[in-house]
Design a protein around this ligand. Structure first.
Ligand code: CUA
Length: 404
């Protein structure tokens, strides 16, 4: 042990924490007393654990992996749970040993000499090399077989291409029976809510689509990695620029399932949410028929004025530079397709930043706040602030909510 004077400040703190210094020096140490630091650390730990425990007490857990609502999430849970038990056993064994050894061989008053120094134990080392290898090999069997199972492409699945934008999700129904009846008869396109029928196997093709705007060479800008995750239906898969991700799943019951981008993708990653709306077969048929038809032309004066603003310029810009509304001159695809903005299954907007309906009634105020200043509602949003007047905001909101 070198003399106290030769120990640099950082090492000195470690030495003092290890309590190899006399009690007197500990009280007046350079960090205001080791006891104080320990107390703060202990309280921090207590608060941290309490916060975690309380966070788990919520009655509503819409994104609970342990409450699967379909076969994909179920098989994943069936793998996670046993692996967690194995991990828990290893954790208790390892951490328990560390604690037991720390307590048993701790420093005691009047014992200032260094403990006996030992170097290696061949039998132990071989043991703790082989045991983890055996455990990992056992865990690997069901893990790898599930990876193969989830990678299978069923022949009867409905196909949807999922595109991650900054920061919202777009959905394109690519099967031949899912084309619209207007324009060039392209696929049904939706944003923010992925609508599917109950029990039907769905195969998702995950793509990263950038921020909506285009570079001068036509390629999408802001192409970053996102991750598509609806915990009650399936585990997360990345949407990587230039690559294709793959998820096969189905939902056992009608209802709404919440999802979330699970890969940090910029400023509003935390609010890049989505919902999967699962409809009964009859509701699904009605939804598809409605999605295939063009947008309704409003008869109401205010909404008609809104349509005119939308197509011919509002404030300092043009909505049709980015958005499409089926059956009108708006055909751009850099921002959410608004053809059926007010359909009830379209529950939320702008990365599910806000709900389109509140207690069953159109939430006009949420939409108006968005139109007035998108960046105030969602900092960094690619939707420009067109400095709309109050009259223009009212007319546009009336128009968008006429698009059922
Ligand atoms: Cu998209 Cu995080």
């Amino acid at each position: 042990m070198p003399g106290e004077a030769a120990v640099p400040p950082a090492a000195r703190w470690v030495v003092e924490s290890c309590a190899i210094v006399p009690a007197e020096a500990r009280k007046t140490g350079p960090v205001g007393g080791v006891g104080g630091v320990r107390k703060k650390f202990a309280w921090g730990l207590v608060f941290g654990v309490l916060t975690l425990l309380l966070a788990g007490c919520s009655a509503e857990l819409p994104q609970n992996t342990f409450d699967p609502a379909g076969p994909t999430a179920q098989t994943e849970k069936d793998l996670i749970v046993p692996v967690l038990w194995v991990a828990l056993a290893v954790f208790i064994l390892v951490e328990g040993s560390i604690l037991a050894i720390s307590v048993k061989y701790r420093h005691r008053k009047g014992r200032d000499r260094m403990p006996e120094q030992i170097h290696g134990n061949t039998r132990l080392e071989i043991g703790w090399t082989i045991a983890p290898a055996v455990i990992l090999a056992l865990v690997m069997v069901p893990t790898v077989s599930l990876i193969w199972e989830l990678d299978a492409k069923p022949s009867d699945a409905m196909h949807v291409t999922v595109r991650g934008y900054q920061w919202w999700w777009g959905f394109e129904y690519t099967d031949p029976d899912m084309t619209v009846s207007y324009g060039s008869a392209g696929p049904i396109v939706a944003a923010d809510t992925l609508v599917i029928p109950v029990g039907r196997t769905v195969e998702l093709d995950l793509q990263s689509a950038g921020g909506g705007a285009r570079n001068t060479d036509g390629t999408p800008d802001y192409q970053v990695i996102h991750s598509f995750w609806a915990p009650r239906l399936f585990g997360k898969q990345d949407a990587v620029p230039g690559q294709s991700g793959h998820i096969v799943f189905s939902a056992d019951a009608a209802g709404t399932y919440w999802g979330q981008c699970a890969e940090f993708c910029g400023l509003q990653h935390g609010r890049m949410k989505f919902r999967i709306v699962v409809l009964s077969e009859a509701d699904w048929q009605a939804w598809v028929a409605n999605q295939k038809s063009p947008a309704v032309t409003p008869t109401d004066d205010l909404a008609a004025k809104g349509m005119d603003l939308f197509l011919n310029g509002a404030g300092t810009g043009q909505c049709i530079a980015c958005h499409a509304i089926g059956g009108t001159a708006a055909t751009a695809n850099a921002a959410p397709d608004l053809t059926h903005f007010a359909a009830t299954a379209h529950e939320c907007f702008a990365g599910c930043n806000w709900d389109t309906y509140a207690d069953g009634a159109p939430d006009l105020e949420a939409l108006k706040a968005w139109l007035r200043d998108p960046n105030a509602a969602k900092l960094g949003a690619k939707m420009p602030d067109y400095q709309l007047s109050d009259e223009e905001v009212d007319a546009l909101a009336a128009y968008l909510y006429s698009l059922t």
